[in-house]
Design a protein around this ligand. Structure first.
Ligand SMILES: [Zn+2]
Length: 399
């Protein structure tokens, strides 16, 4: 995730590997992270290995949309001694001298909930793996649910500097965090968007944390091309001490390119601040009972998701209305009202039955019986009219 621990003595005590190692080491991580209990006893820890064949496909009707609203901001790239970082962990925007500017850093609508964007950090190699495959780099875009309670509440076990007005802390709590995660695959092509700020990261964080120069960046340009490819989703934790759980993880399926030069820039800086250790990935953690889900065919544009949901509701409503209509028609047909011929036959039969069993007729078929009697009357009247006409005709012939 990032170095979420204060930059005091403790920050130098947790390690990814023994000095000068080029690979993450589980033993070093367990032993030097043990002072944060959740790192050791937690059951929903990050990172994980995603087995794509086991990743459940979320029902298409669910809104799995991700809508990124990050404005262009001036940033001062930072070396946090365990990696590269853009922005501070706060909803407010800070510049290089750590003056709050009052400008928000934007937000992401994640499955219909608003999360404020805090900061981005970079790891090499990737922390999560996909079907056992490790990538050259992984970037984490850390967010927190847009709720004042979580944003200002002080975190236990941290000692971040107080804001100048003394309200809350710079970091707030670690509750209701969400990460958008991006894999970077080694390519012969360097990533031009990374190059807009990559060389500004201080190569030696032990001397200076912040770049001497600030630059305007549009980080949304990194993520937006990945949205159509979909993502994996699961519950996890921070990948650095204090390993707080309850973090909502979202890893895009499509990777971005990165070249060896860009990876080496990070590796070289890590080696300088981590006693020669050139990696900053926590080893993958057991998945236990967790379920990884995946979008079926990419995230969909949010208004389209709403439209498809509305259409689905309409179709279900229409089918239900048709069902009710069919049932009513069926009932009417059974009662005999759908066809006058059937009605007439039924009423005649009812009249006959009524004659035989008058009590039953009163109980069960009184309405058809009365109707049958009306019909009989009508028939008699018609026959009388016909007889009258015949007589009239005969009289006419006689004259
Ligand atoms: Zn990270």
């Amino acid at each position: 995730m990032l170095a979420l621990v204060p930059s005091g003595a403790l920050a130098h005590e947790w390690l990814y590997a023994p000095p000068n190692a080029d690979d993450a080491d589980s033993y070093s991580q367990v032993t030097t992270w043990a002072q944060w209990p959740e790192c050791v006893v937690g059951r929903e820890q990050s990172p994980i290995n995603i087995v794509t064949a086991h990743a459940a496909v979320a029902p298409r009707i669910l809104d799995d949309s991700i809508d990124i609203k990050w404005p262009i901001r001036t940033v001062t790239p930072k070396n946090n001694k365990h990696g590269f970082q853009i922005h501070e962990q706060s909803p407010e925007h800070y510049t290089g001298d750590q003056e709050e500017t009052g400008l928000p850093k934007g937000y992401t609508i994640l499955r219909n909930e608003r999360y404020n964007f805090y900061q981005a950090n970079f790891h090499t190699p990737s922390e999560n793996t996909i079907d056992g495959k490790s990538f050259a780099m992984e970037a984490h875009f850390l967010h927190q649910l847009d709720d004042e309670e979580f944003m200002t509440k002080s975190s236990v076990g941290t000692a971040w500097p107080k804001k100048k007005d003394g309200q809350g802390t710079l970091v707030g709590s670690f509750e209701h965090l969400a990460v958008l995660s991006v894999m970077f695959e080694l390519s012969s092509m360097c990533n031009p968007l990374l190059d807009e700020f990559w060389d500004l990261f201080p190569p030696d964080g032990s001397k200076t944390a912040y770049a001497r120069k600030s630059v305007e960046v549009d980080l949304s340009k990194l993520i937006e091309p990945l949205l159509p490819g979909g993502y994996y989703h699961w519950d996890g934790s921070l990948t650095t001490p204090p390993c707080t759980e309850g973090v909502d993880w979202n890893l895009f399926k499509a990777p971005l390119p990165v070249c060896q030069r860009q990876v080496d820039t990070l590796k070289s800086a890590l080696g300088r601040t981590q006693k020669g250790v050139t990696v900053n990935n926590r080893v993958v953690q057991p998945i236990d009972d967790r379920v990884v889900t995946q979008t079926s065919s990419g995230t969909i544009w949010r208004p389209l998701a709403a439209l498809s949901f509305a259409l689905s509701v309409m179709v279900v409503g229409l089918v239900f209305a048709l069902f009710i209509l069919c049932r009513k028609l069926h009932k009417l047909q059974k009662a005999g009202t759908a066809s006058p011929i059937v009605w007439r036959q039924r009423t005649k039969k009812a009249a006959a039955d009524a004659a035989e069993t008058p009590v039953k007729a009163v109980n069960d078929l009184s309405a058809p019986t009365e109707a049958a009697m009306d019909l009989e009357k009508n028939e008699a009247a018609l026959e009388a009219e016909a007889e009258a006409a015949r007589k009239k005709a005969a009289a006419a012939v006689a004259e």
